[in-house]
Design a protein around this ligand. Structure first.
Ligand code: IPE
Ligand code: IPE
Ligand code: MG
Length: 247
């Protein structure tokens, strides 16, 4: 606790990432290391998220995107998938009032409308309940794959060109961005991947073109506010040039 406080004081509040994205990875290995079933890791991961959301609120971060389930995660045993879905439902039900009280607005990215009805219903409810909140936007990235998102955007754009809603010469990067799940959100400034994997795993490929990447060996369930603060402090040492020269 004293530790976290010390780090918070070092943070420059004028240079905070507006949008932090996290690939919440390592739940299974965390559990294995403790001799527990994989699902225990997913539960512990949900707890870790609660702590990180709280810290983001304290820091006045605008957007926190968390990768909760990828479209490729359907390849896992049906048992694990079901338990993850139930956990998600439970998390939303249990946390929405608390999130609402903390002025958090829930946003969901991905093909979530294709999920089982009981989850779709709860997601709609959570979005609705928090829609007028003005604090942190918690963007839960669910049933999401970035390549598919880009492909779908191309298809929708093509249809709009065919129906003369848009002219082909009028398409620029910001037009394209409007066809993505993240159309209302700024691009991430900082992307965090725990668990020691040094890859993106089909997460926000378009959106992270100039995002600062930060990796740690820590498994997601062990990822604490201190780790987040460390990532932000490192972010503040980076020089973002966007292809230009040092300013
Ligand atoms: C991330 O943890 C959670 C999801 C992908 C749903 P993992 O389940 O991938 O954990 P590891 O990578 O096997 O440790
Ligand atoms: C990325 O983790 C997806 C989520 C954390 C939801 P994975 O565990 O699915 O990624 P890979 O398989 O290690 O690339
Ligand atoms: Mg994993």
């Amino acid at each position: 606790m004293g530790h976290a406080k010390a780090a918070i004081d070092k943070i420059n509040v004028k240079n905070l990432p507006k949008h932090i994205a996290i690939i919440m990875d390592g739940n299974g290995r965390w559990a294995k290391q403790k001799g527990l079933p994989r699902i225990a890791g997913h539960w512990a991961g949900a707890e870790a998220l609660r702590d990180i959301v709280r810290t983001c609120c304290k820091l006045n971060i605008q957007v926190l995107s968390v990768f909760a389930f990828s479209s490729e995660n359907w390849k896992r045993p049906v048992q694990e998938v079901n338990t993850i879905m139930n956990l998600l439902l439970y998390y939303l039900k249990k946390e929405v009032d608390e999130l609402d009280k903390n002025n958090v607005r829930i946003h969901v990215s991905g093909a979530w409308e294709e999920l089982p009805e009981r989850i779709v219903g709860q997601i709609k409810k959570s979005i609705q309940q928090t829609q007028n909140n003005t604090g942190l936007i918690l963007n839960i990235v669910l049933n999401y794959g970035s390549r598919n998102e880009i492909l779908s955007a191309c298809k929708k754009l093509y249809k709009d060109v065919q129906s003369d809603i848009i002219s082909i010469d009028g398409i620029d990067e910001s037009t394209f961005q409007n066809y993505l799940y993240t159309r209302d959100l700024p691009d991430p400034d900082l992307l965090i991947r725990p668990s020691g994997e040094l890859r993106i795993s089909n997460f926000l490929l378009w959106q992270i073109a100039y995002t600062e990447l930060w990796f740690t060996e820590v498994y997601w369930p062990d990822f604490k506010s201190d780790d987040l603060l460390k990532a932000i402090l490192d972010f503040q040492k980076r020089e973002r040039r966007y292809g230009g020269l040092k300013s």
